[in-house]
Design a protein around this ligand. Structure first.
Ligand SMILES: [Zn+2]
Length: 317
């Protein structure tokens, strides 16, 4: 009964990067410096403290109380409080995990080892933790999809994406890792035994489903791809309204292979011309996007003239 009437408690635990444990132990001796460091850190990562709804602002944050985590060797943990709304925040240093005894570094190693296929028992043994602790860690952290984590971090779903598959090996098997990125953020990282369009569609649909769960009206407006048939097929299936573009970086990487039988020095020269063209386009110094198409056509015409029309045709494609 008591459980059902209780309002949901907001998680007010802040994990703060003190860079080095010694910095933390130095700072907790000085209340003012400690609070200032915590607030500067929160600001630097672009977050805000979750005050109570009743908070009128205008208050300041002060140190409230502390306690010792016995199982972490008596580590002192401080709480800070907003003087306006009385909200209390627990400040967890980066080298301690919430509710967990193992260090983040050990947790990371153990998770990587299990992900790589090592048994729970072996991972626990090499990391000096109990198999049960590792199992609980997997239950707690393994449930999150990239999309829900990033959306929780207040990132908006990407309207334009870049989709590509990394070819890799798992033991002796070939595997493909369908990946969706936008800017510097990875939104999807799958794994597939096959490079068929159906396999890629299934992998990319995990991203699509997670995004739709969060925002039912979500639509991808454009996708950059390398032109691989399975990627094209999966994008057309999942995001029929999206405009597909070919990634110029891939075109650049593939250029030398397309010029079979041409001397290395000529290939190098053409590649660097192409590179300079794209670089100037990215910097938008002297070249607008409209002009890029024109320059690319000139570039291919030059290949026609210098190394032959057969090569020109392939590059044009
Ligand atoms: Zn407040």
């Amino acid at each position: 009964m008591a459980q059902t009437t209780k309002a949901t408690r907001q998680n007010r635990t802040l994990t703060v990067d003190f860079q080095d444990p010694s910095t933390y132990f130095e700072l907790i001796r000085n209340g003012q410096a400690f609070v200032e460091f915590v607030l500067a850190f929160i600001l630097s990562i672009g977050f805000q403290l979750a005050h109570k709804a009743t908070c009128t602002g205008g208050g300041y944050v002060t140190r409230h109380s502390h306690y010792a985590r016995i199982r972490l060797g008596g580590l002192t943990i401080w709480r800070i409080q907003c003087t306006s709304c009385q909200a209390v925040f627990t400040v967890l240093p980066h080298f301690a995990l919430r509710y967990r005894r193992m260090s983040p570094e050990v947790a990371r190693q153990a998770l990587i080892a299990t992900h790589g296929g090592l048994s729970l028992e072996w991972c626990a043994t090499i990391c000096h933790i109990s198999p049960m602790a590792l199992y609980r860690l997997i239950c707690a952290l393994g449930q999150h999809s990239l999309v829900s984590v990033l959306v929780n971090c207040h990132l908006s779903l990407p309207a334009y994406i870049l989709a590509d598959e990394k070819h890799s090996t798992c033991l002796t098997e070939r595997v493909y890792l369908p990946t969706i990125v936008s800017g510097r953020v990875i939104w999807h990282l799958g794994s597939s035994d096959s490079k068929s369009a159906a396999a890629f569609t299934q992998s990319y649909s995990v991203f699509q489903q997670a995004a739709l769960d969060h925002e039912p009206s979500y639509q991808v407006r454009g996708a950059l791809i390398d032109g691989f048939d399975s990627t094209v097929g999966s994008m057309r299936t999942l995001f029929p309204g999206a405009r597909l573009g070919f990634c110029l970086r891939h075109a650049l990487n593939k250029l030398p292979d397309k010029l079979v039988g041409v001397s290395a020095s000529v290939r190098r020269g053409l590649r660097s011309k192409f590179h300079a063209l794209l670089h100037r386009c990215r910097q938008r110094k002297s070249l607008r996007v409209v002009a890029l198409g024109q320059r690319l056509r000139h570039f291919v015409n030059r290949i026609d003239a210098t190394v032959g029309e057969v090569h020109g045709e392939r590059i044009r494609h």
